[in-house]
Design a protein around this ligand. Structure first.
Ligand code: SGN
Ligand code: CA
Length: 520
């Protein structure tokens, strides 16, 4: 840690509840008002926007789980915090906001997905219960200081009840608290709670105009393997069965997930899908490829959004608890996701690309004592800004090594100086889903990206004219000046954030440093 903590004595210290889900697209948060907001509303998550602030231009530094978590905890890009791709071991010796708050007198806890390998001990949490690796939707394995234990039930609900228990019975009530609540949902493979498996079975979701994208002019997009109708596993992802009357999933390369269900859970699960799967199996032979692709889109969205229903209920329970216990006024509640996600745009699920759907993340925050209800912030913010923001609200000095900026002023006023562009860098290649390494810049209107490693391809988009990023305008002479300006801007940002030259790592394979085993 680079700096000494100085707590300003007269600063009232808010509690903080940081709720982050996994892979929750902006389009699936109804506070943002998308084309599906009325079909799959998130009324409780929306309460946070109504009570506080909605960030309309909120982005990540690297659209992947571990790197996002590392950036959010440290306020630094991956090249500085040492965590550029999943499977690394987080360096716990660096400054992280929960430990800084603890040192300043807070009581702290983390409950839910973790995925940065170092055990939460390394953050000095007073209380921690984390899912093993990615976590499972049903009967998950929980890791605590006592070891690893399987707990029967639905994971989202378990995270909620563990959170409420800590808030109500386990925390030291003489101190302000900082709680990190990390949902596994709506991460792949999108298994809803028993009460929600059929929630959207009658709903037809609008299909994105670019669902059948052919990726013309975009080489990296041609190479990916995250297509709903080509790459999603028919069993594991889409819960398609082998024939009429059958309950066995088609191809399923990770059968342990379904095998975790008890016979009773499994019977209820199978029954929920039987009718729809029987109809699909009976009709499939008559469908065109396009009809099948659309059926798969609907199945994907139905399950993905059904897992979000539990997350929304969870947020509602936390907000209700705060209100019922007179804690709402002085508690910061954040709702965000570790990155965005594709819901059929470009034909995709997953994330990784710097295209809008995965680069963006929802970000909502309430703090009734300090933040005016109904505030909307439209400056470009990034997940490295969260740590400095929480520290400033808590009256704790922001370490100089943090690269993000506190958002406190832009929440309070509209006339502040703020950055006008964002830097992004994705490193995890070669890896699952085959998304090339790339970096880029985005300002309020334009985006420039460079895909490297196996290729040397530039892409440029005018987001005002082409918000879906379908036409790579890198060779359009009308944009030559803008492209040149953004190339210079990338260089400026790389110098500003101290990004090492690409030649330092371009030939290096990804380095995996798996978690120490529990016995170690
Ligand atoms: C799992 C998923 C992938 C996903 C990665 C990373 N496959 O491996 O689709 O991209 O996690 O996700 S799964 O079928 O095993 O779920 S991340 O959010 O943790 O970065
Ligand atoms: Ca994620």
């Amino acid at each position: 840690m680079s700096s000494t903590l100085t707590l300003k004595p007269d600063t009232p210290r808010p509690n903080i509840i940081y709720i982050m889900s996994d892979d929750h697209a902006v389009r699936a948060v109804s506070a943002y008002g998308s084309d599906i907001a009325h079909l799959a509303p998130t009324p409780n998550i929306d309460r946070i926007a109504r009570n506080g602030v909605r960030f309309d231009e909120s982005f990540v530094t690297n659209s992947l789980c571990g790197p996002s978590r590392a950036a959010m905890f440290t306020g630094k890009f991956g090249h500085k915090n040492g965590f550029n791709h999943n499977g690394q071991l987080f360096d716990g010796s660096q400054a992280v906001w929960p430990r800084l708050l603890k040192a300043a007198g807070y009581t702290t806890a983390v409950i839910g997905k973790w995925h940065i390998n170092l055990t939460p001990d390394g953050f000095d949490f007073d209380h921690w219960e984390v899912l093993n690796d990615q976590g499972e939707y049903y009967n998950p394995d929980w890791i605590t200081a006592e070891g690893i234990q399987k707990e029967m039930g639905y994971t989202t609900d378990q995270i909620t009840s563990k959170t409420l228990k800590w808030l109500d019975q386990q925390r030291d009530k003489s101190k302000p608290f900082a709680l990190v609540m990390h949902h596994k949902a709506p991460h792949r493979n999108w298994m809803p709670a028993p009460r929600h498996t059929r929630a959207f079975e009658q709903v037809e979701f609008p299909v994105p105009d670019n669902y059948f994208d052919t990726y013309e002019g975009r080489v990296a997009a041609q190479m990916q393997t995250m297509n709903i109708y080509r790459d999603a596993q028919e069993g594991h992802d889409l819960k398609m069965t082998t024939g009429v009357g059958e309950t066995q999933w088609r191809e399923d390369i990770w059968p342990h997930l379904l095998q975790r269900l008890t016979p009773e859970q499994r019977a209820e699960w199978d029954a929920a899908y039987q009718e729809r799967n029987d109809a699909m199996n009976a009709n499939e032979a008559n469908w065109s490829e396009e009809e099948m692709a659309i059926w798969k889109y609907q199945r994907y969205l139905q399950d993905y959004l059904a897992t979000i229903k539990s997350v929304d209920e969870s947020v509602g329970e936390v907000l209700d608890y705060l209100e019922a216990n007179d804690l709402a006024e002085n508690t910061i509640v954040v709702y965000t996701s570790d990155q965005g996600f594709y819901m059929g745009e470009h034909g995709w699920f997953d994330k990784r690309f710097m295209y809008e759907e995965s680069f963006r993340a929802p970000l909502l925050m309430q703090y009734p004592a300090k933040i005016k209800a109904g505030t909307v912030v439209s400056q470009l913010v990034q997940n490295i800004d969260y740590a400095p923001t929480f520290l400033e609200y808590a009256g704790v000095e922001i370490p100089a090594e943090m690269q993000g900026d506190s958002m406190v002023d832009i929440i309070a006023r509209t006339d502040c100086d703020w950055r006008s562009s964002l830097y992004y860098h994705f490193y995890e290649y070669p890896a699952m889903h085959d998304v090339s390494r790339h970096y880029g810049v985005r300002d309020n209107r334009y985006k420039l990206m460079h895909f490297y490693y196996l290729m040397d391809e530039w892409e440029f988009y005018d987001l005002d004219k082409d918000p879906a990023e379908m036409t790579n305008a890198i060779n359009d002479p009308a944009y030559a000046n803008e492209i040149q300006r953004l190339k210079t801007e990338i260089k400026r940002l790389e110098a500003f954030y101290d990004v090492p030259p690409r030649t330092d790592w371009i030939d290096q394979p990804l380095e995996y440093k798996p978690a120490p085993t529990l016995e170690e």
